[in-house]
Write a protein that binds this ligand. Sequence first.
Ligand code: 6PG
Length: 243
Amino acid sequence: MVQYNRVFVLETPEDAAAFAMGRWIEISGQSIEKRGRFTAALSGGKTPADFYRKLGGRQNLSWDRTHLFIVDERYVPVEHEDSNFRMIKESLLRSVNLPERNIHAIPTEEGTPEISAKKYEKNIKDFFELPKGAWPSFDLIMLGIGEDGHTASLFPAAPALSEARRLAVAVGGGKVKHHRISITLPVINSAKNVIFLVTGENKAHVVKEIIEDNNTQLPASLVNPKNGEVLFLLDKSAGMLLS
Ligand code: 6PG
């Protein structure tokens, strides 16, 4: 049974976003105090937009010490309506004065998703100055969960799930609308903090499967950082089936 450190069921999605904000402030403050910087990887999708907007209202966070990476991206131009980076830019980046050099988007104009994944992997390795075979340890990775139990762009039974060497991979075909680039499970499981932000009744069944039934067929169940904390932030609807 994967031991989840903490599950919080909040009344509304806004409460869950506010709780996530509190954790972000705490983790970023601790990271900057200890290491002089705060590294976070953000997921896309619909759920986190409200949280990112709340963050965008906090000018007084140490944005100059904050480095933002993207958990996964659809292989589309940044101005495309399905681009995660576009959503993050519109909800957060345009509201805070984060230096350009602190924004580490997933390149999606490299010719093929594979080339983009390799370039993103190199960007992460260079930033963290990783020795060969080492994994980056993000201070915080924000994750969502799809109704099929996927997280990042790691879908059930996908080959990407068993990737044990690469930091980022191209994910394609199947039922996903666009090819994607995603960080891999070993990167997620090397994080110091992982926050799952999950809201809505449509996620209740998969939340129960992951938190209570530990259904390891579901990718989100495989998130279990060796030296990190996992926090589930749910609204009442997403948590309604938990005993
Ligand atoms: C993406 C996300 C993905 C997301 C889940 C939940 O690119 O779509 O990174 O993993 O977190 O699909 O999406 P919603 O928040 O839209 O339900």
